[in-house]
Design a protein around this ligand. Structure first.
Ligand code: NAD
Length: 257
């Protein structure tokens, strides 16, 4: 499968899953547009490294996915968007009574509303070109819940719902929309939770990983960013042309429980 000549825009891709997906799509020949809200030399260096390693065009566009106008500007500045990966996301953990309103608003904006804006902006170009892939990085928390993650679970269930709507609206066109639902992946987002949990439970790192983080992941292994990139690449292939409006779990069996 070759994605040569296609451009993939990946939101929130200067780290973690987004960067892994960008590398994997570049490996298949796609030109990639990286994004986050920062604008540092390191951000641009990541794009240069991908361009050099995979012989594709790669650039970095700074845009804040908590702001609708930035989401839409990202698609314009990308200069084309055949594959849209809505990946930017943040987390905050607190009981519903204590959950800070500003954290709720930020999670809904970045994890859910950004995908509305980027998809709305990208779909016209996909229709004109007669091909497109919308891939939303949801979560096992798009299909099931955990306590203390009200905003995250609401946003991830929301993006699974929006995925189905986009799939129905494009069902008779060569465009698909799907959500990938990862279980735990060891990225900075998860790494940050380890010392806090070690302190909270008085546990060592290994115990926190196996008994707290991976408690609900029957494989007892993290999924990897390469595996998620590979799943995204599969969804871009011809074999996946009739896969639309669905979720693909990459969660070591979490949602089979
Ligand atoms: P991460 O913290 O490594 O990456 C998050 C990315 O989003 C970063 O590039 C960050 O810069 C970007 N981002 C944050 N706020 C932004 C904003 N306002 N504008 C633009 N970019 C912004 O985390 P990750 O684990 O790679 O998470 C990526 C996605 O995968 C998220 O949507 C997350 O919910 C989802 N996910 C992660 C896991 C996991 O275990 N790591 C599991 C399921 C789903």
């Amino acid at each position: 499968m070759s994605l040569k000549g296609k451009t993939a825009v990946i939101t929130g891709s200067n780290s973690g899953i987004g960067l892994g997906v960008a590398r994997e799509l570049a490996k298949h020949g796609a030109n990639v547009v990286l994004n986050s809200f920062t604008d540092t030399d390191e951000d641009h260096a990541l794009a240069a490294e991908i361009a050099e390693n995979f012989g594709v065009d790669a650039k970095y566009v700074s845009a804040d996915m908590s702001k609708g106008e930035d989401c839409r500007r990202l698609i314009v500045e990308a200069g084309g968007c055949d594959v849209l990966i809505n990946n930017a996301g943040i987390q905050h953990v607190a009981g519903i009574q204590e959950f800070p309103t500003e954290k709720w608003d930020a999670i809904i904006a970045i994890n859910l509303s950004s995908a509305f804006h980027t998809t709305a902006a990208a779909i016209t170009g996909m229709r004109e070109k007669g091909w497109g892939r919308v891939i939303n990085i949801a979560s096992a928390h798009g299909l099931t819940a955990s306590p203390y993650k009200s905003a995250y679970v609401a946003a991830k269930h929301g993006i699974v719902g929006m995925t189905k709507v986009v799939a129905l609206e494009t069902a008779q066109e060569p465009i698909t929309a799907n959500a990938i639902c990862p279980g735990y992946v060891l990225t900075p987002l998860v790494e940050k939770q380890i010392p806090e949990t070690m302190k909270e439970y008085g546990m060592d790192r290994e115990t926190v990983v196996k008994e707290v983080l991976l408690e609900r992941q029957p494989s007892k292994e993290f999924a990897t960013t390469e595996q998620l990139g590979g799943t995204a690449a599969f969804l871009c292939s011809d074999a996946a042309a009739q896969i639309t409006g669905t979720t693909i779990s990459v969660d070591g069996g979490w949602t089979a429980l």
